[in-house]
Design a protein around this ligand. Structure first.
Ligand SMILES: [Zn+2]
Length: 348
């Protein structure tokens, strides 16, 4: 069916009002808060409004909860009780081949963002002062904006760890637990422990209930429909260091989140889209060229993407001075193509 631009815009605005739907960050999908077929809330249903391609037809809808797909806009209009909006011209109707127009998923795949609520380790209590965190540059703002605590000698499994809850929609969805010793000290201790047949200590002792690919650290710092730019970094300490050094604590337009490693999952992408994020800046360690290029390519389908090119490779955000970081953001944001060209030249 040939849909004119006028018809298209008119239908998008009518569907938005009728279904209280909003475009996602990429402007390619209308996210419908309540699926009209299964009634599931939380925006599992989408209607494709992006550019029509061979694979993706305009107004194809799909729900990731019940799996219902409606290929024909007129059918959808019947189903929502608005037959008055139906298009009459059917001369150029082309069959829809692609079932899932969203997020380039394979048929049958589903964005699964369900999360279990997790208990913090027994004895955990927030702290506002800690020698290890002080050494890593923590300020009183950091303690206020980013919860962290210890088990205060009440839980031997978490002795000498600092534990950060991962909060998602105000629920605790996991925690990152970091031993306060440095790598050398842990290795030395473990050598002795092995000989003595004692327990070894691990650098991290994290929650196991939810897969970390479904989580983003500082997700609640992304404000729905307000935050348009998100910087993605690898870990909790990167989020806090960058927020501190760029003074982003109360900034509602820009937020820093961690993907727990050098890649981003479809669920994490969906979570950012669902809050209306438009621009993503990749702030991964610049020694991970392939990981950065791959992530940029993945993200480029859904967001405007930039890469923060840190000049001193191998440096973490929490080791960089304010001015290093300032220079990176003011003069060294690259598009994915620029970055690729740039890094290829370096390798030559
Ligand atoms: Zn549904």
């Amino acid at each position: 069916m040939l849909i004119t631009r006028q018809d298209r815009d008119f239908l998008i605005s009518e569907l938005s009002i009728e279904l209280q739907a909003k475009p996602d960050g990429s402007n390619k999908n209308l996210i419908v808060p309540t699926c009209i077929y299964c009634g599931k809330t939380r925006g599992k249903m989408g209607i494709y409004i992006g550019k029509e391609t061979d694979k993706k037809k305009l107004f194809v809808s799909h729900c990731f909860s019940c799996g219902h797909t409606t290929k024909d806009i007129n059918q959808l209009l019947d189903d929502i009780g608005r037959p008055d909006l139906k298009l009459t011209e059917t001369a150029d109707f082309r069959p829809v081949t692609e079932l899932n127009p969203f997020f380039q998923l394979e048929e049958g795949d589903e964005i699964d963002d369900e999360l279990a609520v997790v208990d913090m380790p027994e004895g955990w209590k927030r702290c506002f002062k800690n020698p290890y965190l002080k050494e890593r540059g923590f300020t009183s703002d950091d303690y206020d904006y980013f919860q962290v605590g210890t088990t205060r000698g009440l839980n031997f499994r978490f002795e000498n760890y600092v534990v950060f809850p991962i909060i998602d929609n105000k629920d605790i969805a996991g925690y990152i637990s970091r031993h306060v010793w440095d790598k050398d000290k842990i290795e030395e201790y473990n050598r002795k422990a092995r000989r003595a047949g004692k327990y070894e200590v691990r650098r991290y002792n994290n929650s196991v209930e939810n897969d970390f690919s479904r989580l983003l650290y500082n997700y609640d710092g992304v404000m729905e429909d307000e935050t348009d730019t998100v910087v993605i970094v690898e870990g909790v300490f990167d989020v806090i260091a960058l927020t501190r050094k760029l003074e982003l604590y109360d900034n509602r337009q820009i937020a820093v989140v961690a993907t727990f490693g050098k890649k981003i999952s479809q669920t994490q992408i969906y979570k950012l889209q669902a809050k209306g994020v438009k621009t993503v800046v990749i702030g991964y360690d610049s020694d991970a060229l392939d990981a950065i290029n791959n992530t940029a390519e993945t993200l480029n389908e859904y967001f405007d993407v930039y890469i923060a090119k840190i000049e001193s490779a191998g440096k973490d955000w929490d080791e960089m001075s304010f001015w290093d970081i300032y220079d990176t953001f003011s003069g060294n944001l690259k598009t994915p193509v620029e970055y690729k060209l740039n890094t290829i030249q370096v390798q030559l």
